[in-house]
Design a protein around this ligand. Structure first.
Ligand code: WTA
Length: 652
């Protein structure tokens, strides 16, 4: 074991820890992986391709003739649902648990691979019968119930890309995404439970459908039964009835080209318009499976739990596609970590003997706040590896997680990636690399990172630079649904030099690299904000706030612990700032985006700090929010307002 110095210094990387020999011995991948990948690049990515079963083998690994529109596994053909379900029946694992679902109040369901096969087929048959054809985009607006991954796999089976919209997003957000994808099929439910309360989901879906351009066909899962009755309108179908009608039906998996779209996932960009990130079938699935195996060390016999929501990319890659492609048991949890009590997750880990656990740092910080008694009440010795994703994990939270959840033994992988990368791109490889709390680790084998200054020149070791990826990788987004031009503009233009044949993907994050090549991620450099590891555009939230009557202007910035949003709001003349307006601001954000994007703190101010050219100085507001020394205020038209805002924030 490495030294455990400076546990209290929470600001920087603090020492090194080696994975214990017991872990190293059994790890899926061993030493020399990086060297092998470097030597054999891009052929090394065949190893990802080999995680899958192909109907037609690819002609080559990579066609890079039209960068940055790289074609992975060109000529290859496969079906994602076949890879995640059927082939495990053929390999004699039909009675192995595929999904273990834990619902509200201890409600449980387990789907073996055989049972998953049956329901995915019935659902696929039903969707076809409703008119879903290959390449039609099906929108799925479901909470964490088994019908969500089943619907995704049913879509994949018939070659219809899915667009999953997080169930907590608002009707308006759902409608925007359906319109943008020209989607006229929707799967939703009557409602769901959150912390024991029943939420009406169908009302939101109905409102969205009303404002969508297309004539929408809707399938409704009856999740709440008697607790929340609903009436089906025209063009609405009950999920269970459909399955009954198609009981025992099977649908041949549709042959898809490696390059065909498997799904699109809307995510926040720097503008208020969400971006439809398009993922391919072959490259994406191969990368999801390979990273699950390499970084999360998942084995078919494992019970593996990624405690995220399938409504975001983490759930797509690491609850559904990666683990199911490997034939493991993936856990799905509907509830929250503190209901009915704060030991809920540990009770589940103990009961299911979970081997690998993957969550967000914001959750770890909550566990830490709740104290050690909750995990101590359970036997967590089944755990072999822990992971985090979505935001930086500070060394103190890292050590707490290591000590109190991992028993001081489990390695931790701090995994950096994005909706656009499809899978993990930076992390330690757990059986190979030493860990450094506070640093995510090195780029994965085959991935090349360059940290650049704004003029595109590399920064020195230890200096902060823009995080760019300078080699393509199989999980990379193919394009944006809005078109190749926006894709080029958003990700490739800034740091590429096409004349020199150099293409670099701009991640939108800043990072620092130490002398060993370990990267510390410093967060977004664009107008994207991370709230509890979820991604929103500041503009999206601001425009929701400005849409509230009486609000003149708004600026939002992330709070000190990464899980809170501060909104600075100026009011129109004649509008009193206060509790009533605050309520309306919160309601406005809930309506436009969803309650998850609601600011935790609203600061009313007569004016926002602005440059002489009238641009809001968000950077200064960030300093004020985080209690940091103020940067340069000389460019401000109204410098006096900053002091006023500072004292308001201090008093709140
Ligand atoms: C942030 C989530 C620090 C980062 C998978 C990135 C991280 C954004 C980490 C993508 C990490 C993700 N350390 N920051 N380990 N992982 N991020 O698209 O800012 O929802 O750009 O994908 O989350 O968020 P997204």
């Amino acid at each position: 074991m490495g030294d455990r110095a400076a546990v209290d210094d929470d600001s920087s990387v603090d020492g090194r820890l080696s994975p214990p020999p017991s872990f190293v011995e059994q790890a899926n991948v061993g030493e020399n992986l990086r060297e092998e990948f470097d030597r054999e690049w891009p052929a090394c990515w065949n190893r990802a391709g080999e995680c899958l079963s192909w109907e037609t083998p690819a002609d080559s690994v990579l066609d890079d003739s039209e960068p940055p529109f790289y074609r992975w596994f060109p000529g290859g053909q496969l079906n994602a649902a076949y890879n995640c379900v059927d082939r495990h029946l053929e390999s004699g694992r039909k009675n192995h648990a595929a999904i273990r679902w834990e619902g509200k109040d201890g409600e449980r369901r387990t789907y073996t691979y055989q049972e998953l096969f049956v329901e995915v087929n019935e659902c696929a048959a039903a969707l076809r019968d409703l008119g879903v054809e290959e390449d039609d985009v099906v929108t799925i607006y479901l909470p964490m119930i088994p019908e969500l991954p089943i619907a995704m796999l049913a879509c994949a089976r018939i070659g219809a890309p899915h667009s999953v919209v997080f169930a907590g997003l608002s009707a308006a957000a759902l409608a925007t995404r359906m319109d943008a994808a020209e989607s006229d099929f929707l799967l939703t439910c009557d409602g769901y439970y959150r912390r024991g309360d029943a939420f009406n989901q169908k009302r939101k879906a109905d409102n969205a459908v009303l404002s969508v351009d297309a004539d929408v066909t809707t399938v409704v899962v009856d999740r709440l039964g008697e607790e929340l009755t609903h009436v089906l309108g025209s063009n609405e179908h009950d999920y269970d009835d459909l399955l009954e009608t198609h009981a025992g039906a099977t649908v041949d998996p549709v042959t898809r080209d490696a390059e065909d779209m498997l799904f699109l996932m809307y995510t926040s960009g720097t503008t208020g318009e969400p971006k439809g990130v398009v993922h391919s079938t072959g490259g994406y699935l191969a990368y999801a499976a390979w990273t699950t195996r390499t970084v999360l060390d998942v084995k078919p016999k494992d019970t593996y739990w990624c405690a995220a929501d399938i409504g975001w990319i983490t759930g797509h890659s690491y609850i559904v596609y990666g683990p199911l492609a490997l034939g493991t048991t993936t856990v799905m949890y509907e509830g929250t970590p503190d209901y009915p009590d704060r030991d809920r997750l540990w009770e589940l880990v103990e009961r299911m003997a979970v081997d690998v656990f993957y969550t967000a740092p914001t959750a770890v910080r909550a566990f830490m706040k709740w104290g050690t008694a909750y995990p101590e009440a359970h036997d967590l010795s089944s755990l072999r590896l822990l992971g985090t994703v979505g935001e930086p994990i500070n060394p103190r939270a890292w050590h707490w997680y290591h000590e109190h959840i991992g028993g001081g033994e489990c390695p931790i992988v701090d995994t950096w990636w994005q909706t656009e990368t499809g899978g993990i791109a930076i992390s330690t490889v757990p059986g190979v690399d030493d860990m450094k709390p506070g640093a995510a680790g090195k780029p994965l084998p085959g991935i090349e990172v360059d940290l650049l200054a704004s003029d595109g020149t590399p920064v020195d070791s230890g200096e902060t630079g823009y995080l760019t990826l300078s080699r393509p990788w199989p999980g990379m987004a193919k394009t944006l649904y809005d078109g190749d031009d926006r894709h080029l503009e958003e990700y490739w233009q800034q740091f590429s030099d096409p004349d020199a044949g150099r293409w670099r993907y701009a991640s939108g994050d800043a990072a620092r690299m130490d002398e060993d090549g370990y990267l510390t991620i410093l967060g977004r450099v664009d107008d994207v904000i991370n709230i509890s590891g979820r991604r929103f555009s500041t503009m999206e939230i601001e425009s929701a706030i400005v849409g509230v009557e009486g609000v003149a202007e708004a600026a939002v910035v992330g709070g000190p612990d990464g899980s809170d949003v501060y909104a600075y709001v100026s009011t129109e003349r004649g509008t009193e700032p206060g509790a009533e307006l605050e309520e309306r601001v919160l309601a406005g954000v809930e309506r436009a985006i969803g309650s998850i994007a609601q600011p935790g703190t609203i600061v009313f101010t007569p004016e926002l700090p602005k440059t002489r050219s009238g641009k809001i100085m968000r950077r200064l507001l960030e300093d004020v929010t985080n209690g940091e020394p103020l940067g340069d205020t000389s460019a401000l038209r109204n410098p006096e307002i900053v002091g006023e805002i500072q004292s308001t924030v201090r008093d709140q």
